[in-house]
Design a protein around this ligand. Structure first.
Ligand code: 4AD
Ligand code: MG
Length: 470
């Protein structure tokens, strides 16, 4: 039986008490007295450990129980009884005790009660055995499920977009190349081609330059323009050399894309989505959330509850810049219309100026991607970023440019090769519709929900510059 089932709130204790069970898990602590050993066993199904009492009279007590050090794997059979100790209502009286896997107390690194998250990153293969990371990864799993449930309830089609991509969706150039060409001597273009000396990717595996995807959006758009409402949820890759607590080189993104949808409707969906996810996690991960509230971020449950209950604000980029200029604050990066908002600016806007989540919309076209719809006046585009307190940007989205002539003009301005995007342009030629979508950074959402302050602690094995050991 999983420990969660045994300890589950709602399950009447009298029902659990008196039943015989077999429990399998890992020893968190053991304490020995003259007649008994007391063990705390955890199997990852929930935060709480099951208390086990093993009497000295048990068969092979010394070889099994007294060798079951912290970290050991054990299988214990016995009777669930009422616990006289406080904190737990039920305990397991061992009748059989099997030491399944030994754990050397002199070399096992998880001995102390609390380790720093920095240290635990160096043993990422063992950290799911700690309270903090057990809780983070249970919430991660619950959150994935909630994402699918949200879209499924609304009739969205779940779409798998490719991991290997031929286009740079965001145009930021932060790409991981995918190739089978030999690094030391790749084939080169002949002089006659006018690109003499450049690597000849026509001889590469796919016959063209490819890289790991930075976003599934470009491939989601054609599906939205056929199936109406779709979403992708998968890994994305960015070779940005930014060692910040909010950036990963490999992260997961949720990207809905909707036909017959404009920017305001897009923002409304994002708002419903975020509030749904918060409510889901508060409801289904109660024990883990209480742990975060107590040990990681005091008051996080109450503040998330407030966010789930109140409408988000919407302001334009122009209003945001004006507010920043009026703030009288000294920012590291100067504020000026036309410059991108930095995290410090985003944090001021959402934490101080608005005091809750806020959509900033209609950014200058120069700082946003080619596919965003040009606004009237042609200075700004129909973009939106959702900023949340404690974090800054959590969602980036936009209404897409659905007018073929305007998109062609934009591509020319940006000196992008329109012929490579022929299929993307086709969508504007054949039954084009206003459409919009957004991308939620899955790990940022986890940071927001759990309060962990470094994104490396929200993904099982983080990929960051200089880091891909596990
Ligand atoms: O704002 P971004 O770059 O938007 C897109 O990629 C669009 N194509 C999405 C769309 O409209 N379908 O990324 C979306 C979100 C960001 O708001 C952020 O939460 C997250 O993805 N993100 C990252 N998360 C972790 N590490 C990184 N390096 C990230 N870069 C973006
Ligand atoms: Mg963005």
């Amino acid at each position: 039986m999983r420990i969660k089932e045994i300890l589950a709130s709602g399950r009447s204790e009298t029902e659990a008490i008196g039943t015989k069970v077999v429990v399998q898990g890992w020893v968190r602590t053991r304490r020995d007295s003259k007649e008994f050993s007391f063990l705390e066993v955890n199997d990852g199904s929930c935060l709480a450990n099951l208390q086990v009492i093993a009497e000295r009279g048990l068969a092979e007590f010394e070889a099994n129980v007294l060798e079951a050090h912290t970290g050991s794997a054990v299988r214990i059979g016995g009777l669930l009884t009422e616990s006289p100790g406080k904190g737990q209502s039920v305990e397991l009286r061992a009748e059989t005790f099997e030491l399944v896997g030994r754990c050397d107390p002199d070399t096992y690194p998880l001995q102390k009660k609390r380790h720093s998250n920095e240290f635990l990153r160096t043993i990422a293969h063992l950290r799911p055995r700690t309270n903090t990371f057990g809780a983070v990864f249970r919430v991660r799993s619950a959150l994935s499920f909630a994402i699918h449930q949200f879209f499924n309830e609304r009739g969205f089609l779940y779409l798998h977009t490719p991991i290997i991509a031929g286009q740079d969706c965001e145009g930021a150039g932060e790409l991981f190349r995918v190739t089978t060409l030999p690094l030391e001597s790749p084939p080169r273009m002949a002089a006659a081609t006018g690109a003499a000396g450049a690597v000849d990717y026509t001889q590469d595996f796919f016959g063209t330059e490819t890289h790991l995807t930075v976003s599934g959006q470009l491939q989601a758009e054609p599906f939205a323009c056929a199936m109406t409402d779709v979403y992708t949820f998968g890994p994305t890759f960015r070779a940005e050399n930014s060692n910040t607590p909010r950036h990963l080189a490999e992260f997961w993104m949720v990207e809905p894309e909707m036909a017959f949808c404009d920017l305001q409707q897009d923002a409304s969906l994002a708002e419903d989505f975020l509030r749904y996810l918060i409510r889901h996690v508060l409801k289904h991960c109660e024990e883990d959330m209480a742990f975060f509230d107590k040990w990681i971020a005091n008051g996080i449950i109450e503040s998330l509850q407030k966010v789930a209950d109140a409408a988000f604000e919407r302001i334009t980029y122009t209003e945001a810049v004006a507010a920043l200029e009026r703030s009288g604050k000294q920012f590291e990066f100067p504020v000026a219309w036309g410059a991108d908002l930095q995290t410090e600016h985003e944090r001021y806007l959402t934490d101080d100026y608005i005091g809750r989540p806020v959509f900033v919309t209609n950014y200058p076209k120069e700082i946003k991607a080619f596919y965003m719809r040009l606004d009237e006046g042609e200075r700004t585009v129909a973009a939106m970023d959702l900023l949340v307190p404690r974090l800054g940007e959590i969602i980036g989205g936009s209404q897409r440019e659905e007018r073929e002539d305007v998109l062609l003009r934009r591509l020319a301005e940006l000196q992008m090769e329109a012929d490579k995007l022929w299929w993307y342009l086709d969508i504007r030629r054949f039954g084009s519709v206003p459409h919009a979508g957004f991308g939620l950074g899955f790990e940022r959402m986890l940071m927001y929900l759990t309060g962990v302050s470094n994104i490396r602690d929200s993904i099982p094995f983080p990929r960051t510059p200089g880091n891909a050991e596990f």
